[in-house]
Write a protein that binds this ligand. Structure first.
Ligand code: G6P
Length: 590
């Protein structure tokens, strides 16, 4: 979602800000803007659509010389994507960029209007600018502090003041870091935006205000100076490159064998490094999007093989539900970014009820990683494509190991060595699966002109179907749904028409015969079936067969095939694969 970058230093900020915005593109956006400051002269340039539009606009004009600026990519919430609604916004002496949602914007807007303020956009952001302007006399930090006491909601703000030549930043429930350079400093939504200039940064905590000059950063909270720890990122600049691939999505899928091997290594050497789930009477898994589907695999494995009671919910529901915590419960939060607003809220809800939390997370400095009681880092490295692939595989991998460990501790594993040997083979097997791209291209050709595609499966195969369907619709924009195979005939089967593709995932032997009947039901109504399985099917034209492996790890071989089919289909349809329309990588507003 919205991305922020700001610069203060010796250089002209235009290239730095544009370059930073490009690194934040993956978060999802629909317009972009930049503000340059030279003493009391402020120039704001905005454009809708891609960052190249903004870049072109700037190239064709003479912008003011400057060494201080802020820039923003906007993912519309209040008001449609337009130049007027794009950030930065200026009211009075304040120009700012904002990520987040101001919940009491309307109430504040009415009050400010009555006091004579004129607003120029439909955004909630302008209200914050107006409030800070109201309190600004001489001291920017004081004005920010006073204004934000009246604001409800989430925000990361980069702020410029007329009558002052420094850069200011503040955050609450929305990520923001301060990057530390040599005679230059930055603000950014994440380190990827500034990695070309520095690897050192400080994390702003809730309510902290940063006053930034080119050689000093002072952080205060409630008027008191806060000593901040300087972090160094291990993110390499090269990680931002596509490495010869056409798209980040493809690059990231192809990285799956290597990252899985790295992530599994410490746990396969010593399973005890994983937390003990047998201490709990009940497990809740809470997440959003693909992370939630990774959780569904975890739930199925924990229930089937480790005899463990698991509830699962999407975070946006869980956070508002009446959850009855009457047994010793562990809440597992799964999140690649660690910044998904709903997942953060779900974690905080559990903590308010004194319920223990375990985060399965990628970004180590994220809010979820910092606030959760226990954490397991999935070590995916940076994931740039909006549609998650390698991070999902690692989330599933960790859930599989947790289920296996729990089953082992409960004495429920019969062939202990076999499972671990198979885990070790996984990276090689995934590579084998990924290397068969022609097969996926062939299937993509069969489906890419379809308007609707269904996925069916039972039990764990239903969980993998959910992710296969989501991946396909995210990147190819083909309408797709996943159903429990037995449920299809309760309504949805009426939609099946001649030639309509139906993917059937069939790996679970215990329920295979039932799914076979469901495949026949759709076939006899004209569906074009594509079977994704761990055994060869006679008389079946379209099929993908992956190696058969322990049920704990079977989804890790199935899902890469679905990811590649989604990728190839989107490619045939000419979609913007890495940045699908309307989607955001990191959903930092609820
Ligand atoms: C967005 C992304 C998805 C992701 C979901 C949860 O919708 O586009 O790929 O699965 O958010 O994100 P998280 O960072 O919490 O895993």
């Amino acid at each position: 979602m919205c991305g922020i970058i700001g610069y203060i230093g010796e250089k002209n900020p235009v290239d730095i800000l544009i370059n930073g915005l490009k690194s934040l593109e993956y978060r999802g956006y629909d317009s972009a803007g930049i503000a340059l400051k030279n003493n009391d002269q402020i120039e704001v340039i905005k454009s809708i659509g891609k960052i190249v539009n903004l870049e072109e606009k700037i190239k064709n004009m003479e912008v003011i010389p400057s060494n201080l600026g802020i820039a923003h990519t906007r993912w519309a919430t209040h008001g449609k994507p337009s130049e007027k609604n794009a950030h930065p916004h200026t009211i009075g002496k304040i120009t700012l960029v904002h990520n987040g949602i101001i919940e009491n914007a309307e109430e504040l807007r009415e009050k400010l209007k009555k006091a004579g303020v004129t607003f120029n956009s439909e955004t909630d952001t302008e209200v914050v600018a107006a409030l800070i302007n109201k309190y600004y006399e001489k001291n920017p930090v004081e004005a920010i502090d006073k204004a934000l006491k009246e604001v409800k909601g989430s925000y990361a703000l980069g702020i410029l003041f007329q009558g002052d030549n420094d850069l200011y930043a503040v955050r609450k429930d929305s990520p923001l870091i301060v990057g530390l350079g040599k005679e230059e400093n930055f603000i950014a939504s994440d380190i990827a935006a500034i990695i070309d200039y520095t690897n050192k940064y400080i994390l702003l905590e809730e309510g902290e205000i940063a006053h930034i000059t080119k050689d000093k950063v002072e952080v205060t909270k409630d008027g008191k100076v806060v000593e901040k720890q300087v972090h160094e990122t291990d993110l390499e600049r090269a990680a931002k490159d596509k490495n010869g691939y056409d798209h980040y999505m493809l690059k990231e899928i192809m990285e799956e064998p290597v990252v899985l091997e790295k992530t599994f290594k410490p746990y396969l050497e010593q399973l005890d490094k994983l937390p003990d789930l047998t201490k709990y009477e009940e497990i809740h898994i809470v997440a959003c999007g693909s992370a939630m589907y990774a959780g569904m695999i975890g739930k199925t494995l924990l229930e089937e093989y480790a005899n463990t009671k698991v509830e699962i919910d999407v975070a946006s529901e869980y956070r508002y539900k009446n959850i009855i915590y009457d047994r010793k419960t562990l809440v597992i939060l799964i999140s690649q970014s660690g910044e998904t607003a709903d997942t953060i809220a779900a974690m905080r809800k559990a903590k308010e009820h004194n319920v223990e939390t375990l985060a399965i997370v990628n970004v180590k400095t994220s809010t979820i990683a910092r606030e959760s009681d226990e954490k397991i880092f999935i070590e995916a490295g940076p994931e740039i494509a909006v549609a998650t692939t390698k991070a999902y595989i690692l989330q599933v991998g960790i859930m599989a190991l947790l289920a296996y460990k729990t089953a082992l501790e409960k004495g429920l594993v019969k062939e202990e060595h076999k499972v671990l040997e198979e885990a070790e083979k996984l990276p090689r097997l995934i590579k084998e699966v990924l290397d068969r791209r022609e097969e996926y291209q062939k299937i993509a050709k069969e489906i890419y002109t379809s308007e609707d595609i269904f996925f069916i499966g039972r039990k764990i195969d239903y969980a993998t179907s959910m992710e296969g369907s989501l991946k396909l619709k995210e990147v190819s924009y083909i309408h797709s749904e996943a159903y429990q195979a037995g449920e299809l005939k309760h309504g949805t089967i009426s939609l099946i028409e001649d030639g309509m593709p139906v993917f059937a995932i069939v790996t679970d032997e215990t329920i295979k015969d039932k799914t076979v009947s469901n495949i026949e039901e759709v076939k006899s109504r004209g569906a074009k079936t594509i079977i994704i399985s761990n055994e060869t099917w006679q008389n079946q034209k379209l099929q993908v067969v992956v190696p058969k492996i322990s049920p704990y790890f079977q989804p890790i071989l199935i899902v890469p095939t679905l990811q590649l089919i989604a990728y190839e289909t989107a490619k045939l349809r000419g979609c913007d694969i890495d940045k699908p329309k309307n989607l955001a990588k990191s959903v930092t507003v609820e």
